[in-house]
Ligand binder design. Structure first.
Ligand code: GAR
Length: 216
């Protein structure tokens, strides 16, 4: 069974989606620890409710980013974590962290990478005028949102969208693809060719989408 460590900073709805997938036996994994860099993150309450070990590690308690990251690594290793899932963890990790878990850190990001990296990306997508956005699960490397893409989901951006309505539409897809990407990893269901993460599972994908829709 895959031992996961989840890093959070906020509300933890993606953490909840992973917990739900495990409890529904859709995902054969165990969350060994949830670590937050914010003491008041609601994600901690969610974890505690499900009997999951939690830790709060605050950046201000460390002289620099590297020693902070080294402490994260220490706690994850103490819990024998095999895969690290960043779930709304709003800190950029240094090589001290990324080199400790090569191709063993996943992140969920609320845009179709490589478009719109960083923060506040739903607003950036609306202001840029894209007709589709979505979310991406990717491996974390040393860049900002640059690692190999594992899975993506697309949602339309409508004329009436606000940052909030788009974020909500994207979040619903996040909750579907993050546990699924972790399942593929846990079951060894993909191979990695350079930057390309290729799923070994077959299924059908919509051949194309248009937005605005073409009247038929
Ligand atoms: C999610 O939308 C996630 O994609 C985003 O933070 C939110 C966390 O929500 N992550 C990033 O923007 C990372 N750059 P949650 O705490 O409810 O899971």
């Amino acid at each position: 069974m895959l031992n996961i460590g989840v890093l959070v900073s906020g509300s933890g709805t993606n953490l909840q989606a992973i917990i739900d997938a495990i409890e529904a036996k859709r995902l054969d994994a165990k969350i060994a620890v949830v670590i937050s860099n914010k003491p008041d993150a609601f994600a901690l309450t969610r974890a505690e409710k499900h009997g999951i070990d939690t830790r709060v590690i605050v950046k201000d308690a460390f002289p620099d980013r590297e020693t902070f990251d080294a402490e994260l690594v220490r706690v994850l290793n103490e819990h024998k974590v095999e895969l690290v899932a960043l779930a709304g963890f709003l800190r950029i990790l240094t090589p001290v962290f990324t080199r400790a878990f090569p191709m063993r850190i996943m992140n969920i990001h609320p845009s179709l990478l490589p478009s719109f990296t960083g923060l506040d990306v739903q607003r950036k997508a609306i202001e840029y005028g894209v007709k589709f956005s979505g979310c991406t699960v990717h491996f974390v490397d040393e860049g900002l949102d640059t690692g190999p893409i594992i899975m993506q989901a697309v949602v339309p951006v409508t004329a009436n969208d606000t940052t909030e309505t788009l974020a909500k539409r994207i979040l619903e897809e996040e909750h579907k693809i993050y546990p699924e990407a972790i399942r593929l990893y846990a079951e060894g269901k993909f191979k990695i060719l350079g930057r390309r993460v290729l799923s070994a599972e077959s299924g059908t994908v919509e051949a194309s989408l248009e937005n605005p829709p073409i009247k038929k």
